[in-house]
Write a protein that binds this ligand. Sequence first.
Ligand code: PMP
Length: 358
Amino acid sequence: MKTYRLFTPGPVDIPEVILSATAKPCIYHREEMFRVLLTEITDALRKVVKCSGRVFFLTSSGTGAMETACVNILSSTDHPIVAVCGKFGERWCELCKAYRITPTIIKEEFGRSVAPEAIESALKKSGPAVVFTTLTETSTGALNDIQAFGEITRKYDSYLVVDGVAGVGADLCNQDEWNVDVLIGASQKALMSPPGAAFLSISDRAFEKTRVSDLPKYYFSLLLYEKFLEKGQTPWTPAITVLYGVKKGLSLIVKHGVAKNFQKHREMARYVRQRLVGMGLAIFPEHPSNALSVGRMPEGLDSTGIIKKIKEKYGILFANGQAEMKGKILRVGHMGNYSVPKLGRALDILERVLKKGI
Ligand code: PMP
């Protein structure tokens, strides 16, 4: 199989130490060793996202954790608000609709972040509600001001559910302090692991809502997860080897220093943005994330052919835009196992292909 180096916004380039951590025999998930593993990854995650509520590790990709949040937090009579500024924000709307819930949608133009004031005026109109949104909007590279959202949702006695799939570990999100009721993440982004595991971290007040939720659920029932969590287990067979990777990834972040890790992502993002601008790309998001950098292609240049050429000739993969943004933007992922020199080498190639076509 011909492989290439990933500079995509997830899955990401996995460090060798994590790859070898995942290549170990499975432990049995009803044994003490699994309880220890679950405790260790939970404790390490608490240091990264500063949360004190229940943390559930799920065997699914990020979308599974998003679905878990919907079906456990909402009830059929709820009228949630979804704050959207890209494809992943839209996913919250699709999930609500799949369960016959009609949300109020606040939609920002792609490339912009959702204005906190828009959430405030929606809540003023609706009264207390569950607000779903995205920390790092991977389709555009935009970062939302979750801290400001959290102040507003708390002020209006509401709940804030945040998709941190692309952001956790790269963009700051202090769950408790920022009043985030539910935070979601997945293994294959800044936690530097293979895909297959996700987590959902939930405040006590939001967990109370799960006790009364009447939406259908089985595999993703948090009340069932709660029963098993008390024993240090998961209800179903967990993605054990992926969790070995998550443990290693989190321990690398904690060892390096959580604050330093965020600082490293800030520096990488600043560097990549500056290089993209130097090549004639305009930075697409108004408030860019530190997890990925997104450039708008110069007039008349399509990113599709450029990305393909770089992949085939140089074994490096950048990401294209999704759906209506295909060809118009180029996305560079830098979550986790990246550095300025490593990004520099990949960007030198991008520059060469852009300038000389070879
Ligand atoms: N939300 C965001 C912000 C994402 O970047 C992604 C994955 N690109 C998802 C949700 C969906 O995650 P998954 O593909 O792991 O289901």
